[in-house]
Design a protein around this ligand. Structure first.
Ligand SMILES: NC(=O)c1ccc[n+]([C@@H]2O[C@H](COP(=O)([O-])OP(=O)(O)OC[C@H]3O[C@@H](n4cnc5c(N)ncnc54)[C@H](O)[C@@H]3O)[C@@H](O)[C@H]2O)c1
Length: 308
């Protein structure tokens, strides 16, 4: 394979991401986990599917970082997942420690890599990764918006009984209970959503989107969502490796855009070979701005309590 992607954390999200990347032959994948045998075993198990599925990418796994050297992209999923009743923010202290260690090791071996952060609380973990790596914002950003938007798209498609392929939607803001679904920018094959659904139905979809993560946690009891999250990471990885210039909502360090400075917030961004190549500015209504401000405040509160 021409490309190499490292995935740290061979748990639910990490392993499924590795599998998706390899099965599409996007890159060779190196999985790293403190549970070294888990990473090695899952890598071997996936490779034993290669003759059946017919993919030629190589997946390896273990506990060391030497094999990650020269990675084009490093996806960080290492950390604890939410348990029922636990907020993403409860994870802050523990996952800060983990992120710090993981990012230091990754950057040591791949100083030019692009970091995609997945670990929660997402926006704060992006800030930890940025501080520890010293990378410019083009090379350190987070996955959340693609997942949240995909959930919203699915709920819209189900409500209207139309193909998911026809539905586009955007969710802005932090990856938490204050995320901001933007139905005004949602379309069904170009038709604005407000022309197709009542305000009450749209608000119900917004609510379900905001609680989409918790809905899955409540089903699983142990652990959180991973099929849709890993698909969302795949979308970002493919956009970067194939230099697609695709506009995807990502957690990006804002530098003046949307009126915020030095804060990770979920906004539409153009992804290509240079990583996060451009922040796309949308014009927002007064209410949308207020919702985004509330979401940004929540992220700010977390970032201020970071000990890195
Ligand atoms: N951003 C999003 O939209 C989104 C979506 C889903 C999950 N998540 C987050 O992603 C993270 C992973 O979720 P999961 O379901 O895969 O959890 P998981 O428990 O299945 O996997 C986490 C893995 O990280 C490993 N790990 C822990 N400390 C490590 C370290 N120091 N170095 C290397 N590996 C280490 C664990 O051994 C485990 O295998 C969680 O924080 C979760 O909240 C984020």
């Amino acid at each position: 394979m021409q490309h190499k992607v490292t995935v740290v954390g061979a748990g639910n999200v990490g392993a499924t991401t590795a599998q998706r990347i390899a099965e599409r032959e996007l890159a060779d994948v190196v999985m790293v986990d403190v549970a070294a045998d888990l990473a090695a075993g899952k890598a071997l198990d996936m490779m034993e599917a290669a003759p059946i599925l017919g993919f030629n990418a190589r997946i390896t796994g273990g506990g060391g970082y030497a094999p990650t050297a020269g990675s084009d992209i490093c996806v960080v999923t290492a950390g604890l997942a939410r348990k029922p009743g636990m907020s993403r923010d409860d994870l802050l202290a523990k996952n800060t420690e983990i992120l710090k260690e993981v990012v230091e090791r990754l950057v040591e071996h791949s100083p030019e890599t692009i970091l995609i952060i997945v670990t929660n609380p997402l926006d704060a973990m992006c800030e930890v990764a940025r501080r520890v790596s010293g990378f410019p914002r083009e090379r350190v950003f987070g996955m959340a918006g693609v997942l949240d938007s995909a959930r919203m798209r699915y709920f819209i498609a189900t409500e209207l009984n139309v193909s998911v392929e026809d539905v586009d939607a955007f969710v802005l803001g932090g990856h938490g209970d204050t995320m901001v679904p933007l139905p005004r920018y949602a379309t069904v094959n170009g038709i604005p959503l407000p022309q197709l659904l009542s305000a009450a139905k749209i608000e119900a979809i917004n609510d379900r989107t905001r609680n989409g993560g918790a809905e899955i946690v409540n089903y699983y009891k142990q652990g959180s969502a991973y099929y849709a999250p890993s698909a969302a990471v795949l979308d970002m990885v493919a956009a970067i490796l194939h230099d697609k210039k695709k506009i995807l909502p990502c957690a990006v360090l804002l530098q003046g855009e949307y009126g915020y400075d030095d804060l990770f917030v979920g906004v539409p961004a153009k992804l290509g070979r240079g990583g996060m190549e451009e922040v796309i500015q949308l014009s927002l209504t007064t209410e949308e701005k207020a919702a985004l401000a509330k979401s940004a405040e929540a992220v700010k509160g977390l970032v201020q309590s970071l000990k890195v």
